[in-house]
Write a protein that binds this ligand. Structure first.
Ligand code: G6P
Length: 605
């Protein structure tokens, strides 16, 4: 989604700004732009194409300067056209970039129009730029503090003023913003990743903070207007993750990184101890009587899978909610419930708001499973667990999902032990299975050539159905989501038992039906559902465990998985679905890592 970069230095900072935008590209965007102060004059370039096109434009027009801001925009208010691309200008050399949404922009626009301001874009951003101009009394930092009092919504901004050519002012309220600390130069960004290569020292701003950076100084006030210091932390290891290496796309790279990512995520576990989830976890986890899981997209599907584990292994009642529904729903809070938020980024607006909503309802026991240690969600919960997927660039989540799953399995076993449902011998078996999982997954990934052959056929289809039962129903959901988001083929998933309650009406020879077929207790039921499809001429594409006795025959295509992997089987079965989506998208020639209309980090609701 939208990305912000800002920089002030004694040298030309345009390369820093453009490189920052390049590093934020993976989040999804539809236009981009940069504005710099150049010998006291504001200059701007914008593009509705890729950052590479913007780079060429700034190069051709010799745009340079020592102080500037830049932005990738994912359209919310107004179409993705040049006039709406940021930076947005006001009078007197004010330029502003903005992430998030200003909810009261219509009222502010009317107020500003009455004062004579003319609006040239459809963005809510333009009201901030004019508001800053209307309040300016000679000090940009003070002005932004004043402007924030009038802005409602979740946002982060960075702004320049022609009167102060060596200063960038930023503010955050609901959207992330970090300060990068350099030597004789300082930076701002909505994600530390943008500044890799320029610095590894970061101060993470808190909600309501306003910051002023100059080449030599960083000044921060909190929401009360009091001067504060935010700890400067060294954040390493962002760098290598953004290199593609021998792969064609980041998604492919990330699928094949899963054995490593799982190994790193489980490395912290020699036993299933509450301490894995934070210092106070032993007490907190023994006080809870249920679990409420909240997430969006793929993270929510990880939660749906975990419900099966939590109820069967830990015997703890578990509910799963989509964050954007939960936050606006009248629910009955149970203070003894553990609120478990799952998020790759830790910045998803709805998940963050749902967590705050749960806290406002009196939930004190909260746990985050997240892939970004410094994210807002990780800072807000009582307990936390960091997945070690590493930076995930592809919009379609893969390694984040499987590392979430292993973390959730560890939570289920830990709670099972605490509640007296997992004996020492069973614990040892679970631990051994978990440790062998990366090897088992490698053998599943070796099925890629067979999956490529299927993908060729899928690339010519318009629709697909995905079936699973029990633990593997959420995996079918995830498989359908992967296919639709990157190949744009319409795909839906059903618990196989629901077929005859509607979706069977769609089944014809033209409808491929992907079936997740582990050798579990529901196998015979699933086979009956497969017969229902065959009887209507539907083509089955089955990922079947070795011992299922499902064989290739007319209308039934089988890819043989390894032997059944017990409760951890969903983690193996999702990998071929990821590969099927990936290769189908490649065959259709879509932009796999940046599918149309989608964003990686959804920082607006
Ligand atoms: C976006 C991404 C998905 C992701 C979802 C939730 O839609 O494209 O891949 O699953 O957000 O993101 P989170 O960072 O909270 O896991």
């Amino acid at each position: 989604m939208c990305g912000i970069v800002g920089a002030v230095a004694q040298r030309n900072i345009v390369p820093v700004l453009v490189e920052g935008l390049r590093r934020l590209e993976y989040r999804g965007y539809d236009s981009c732009g940069v504005a710099v102060m150049h010998r006291g004059e504001l200059r701007r370039a914008r593009s509705v194409s890729r950052v590479s096109a913007l780079d060429a434009e700034v190069h051709d027009s010799h745009l340079d300067g020592t102080c500037g801001i830049a932005h990738t925009r994912w359209a919310t208010h107004g179409a993705p056209v040049t006039a709406n691309a940021h930076p947005i200008l006001s009078r007197d050399g004010i330029a502003l970039v903005h992430n998030g949404i200003i909810e009261n922009y219509e009222a502010l626009r009317e107020m500003l129009r009455a004062k004579g301001y003319e609006f040239v874009s459809q963005t809510d951003t333009e009201v901030i730029a004019h508001l800053v101009h209307s309040l300016y009394r000679g000090d940009l930092f003070e002005t932004v503090c004043d402007a924030m009092k009038q802005l409602h919504g979740a946002y982060a901004i960075a702004v320049l003023h022609g009167d102060q050519p060596h200063t960038v002012v930023g503010a955050r309220q609901g959207s992330p913003l970090v300060v990068g600390v350099g030597n004789g130069e300082n930076y701002l960004a909505s994600d530390a990743l943008a500044l890799t290569g320029s610095t590894d020292r970061f101060a993470f701003l808190e909600e309501g903070d306003v910051v002023e950076i100059t080449p030599e100084s960083v000044k921060i006030v909190d929401r009360e207007g009091l001067h504060v210091e935010r700890e400067v932390r060294v954040v390493e290891a962002y760098g290598g993750a953004v290199e593609l290496g021998p792969y064609r796309h980041f998604m492919q790279k990330e699928i094949f990184e899963q054995p490593r990512a799982i190994t790193d995520t489980i490395a912290q576990a020699n036993r299933f101890d509450p301490q894995l989830f934070g210092a106070g976890a032993a007490n907190a986890l023994s006080e809870i009587d249920s679990v409420l899981i909240i997430g969006c997209g793929t993270s929510c599907y990880a939660g749906l899978t975990a419900k099966y584990w939590l109820e069967s292994v830990a015997k703890i009642p578990t509910q799963v909610e989509i964050a954007s529904e939960y936050r606006y729903r009248e629910s009955v809070p149970n203070p003894k419930s553990l609120v478990l938020v799952i998020s790759q980024s830790g910045e998803t607006a709805d998940t963050l708001a749902a967590l705050k909503h749960a806290q406002s309802l009196g939930h004190t026991h909260t746990l985050a499973i997240c892939n970004v240690a410094t994210s807002a969600i990780m800072r807000l919960t009582e307990l936390s667990f960091l997945t070690h997927a590493g930076t995930e660039i592809g919009v379609a989540s893969t390694k984040a999902f499987t590392t979430q799953l292993v973390s959730l399995f560890m939570l289920a076993v830990t709670l099972g032990k605490l509640r007296g449902h997992v004996e020492a011998t069973q614990e040892a078996v679970f631990l051994a299975q978990l440790r062998h999982l990366p090897f088992a997954l490698n053998s599943v990934l070796a099925l890629e050539p067979q999956i490529i052959a299927w993908a060729e056929e899928f690339s010519r289809k318009d629709h697909a159905l995905f079936l699973g039962r029990g633990l593997h129903y959420p995996i079918a959901l995830e498989g359908a989501l992967k296919l639709k988001e990157i190949s744009y083929i319409h795909a839906e998933a059903y618990p196989a038992g629901e077929l005859k309650h509607g979706p069977l009406a769609l089944v014809t020879e033209a409808m491929p039906v992907v079936t997740v077929a582990p050798n579990d207790t529901l196998l015979e039921k699933l086979k009956s559902n497969m017969q229902e499809v065959r009887a209507r001429g539907g083509e089955l594409y089955v990922f079947a465990d070795a011992d299922t006795r499902i064989v290739n025959e007319a209308g039934i295509h089988v890819i043989r998985m390894p032997e059944h992997y017990g409760l951890l089987s969903p983690i193996l079965h999702v990998a071929p679905l990821q590969l099927l989506a990936y290769h189908t998208a490649c065959a259709r020639g879509t932009d796999v890592d940046k599918p149309r209309n989608l964003a990686k980090s959804v920082t607006v609701e």
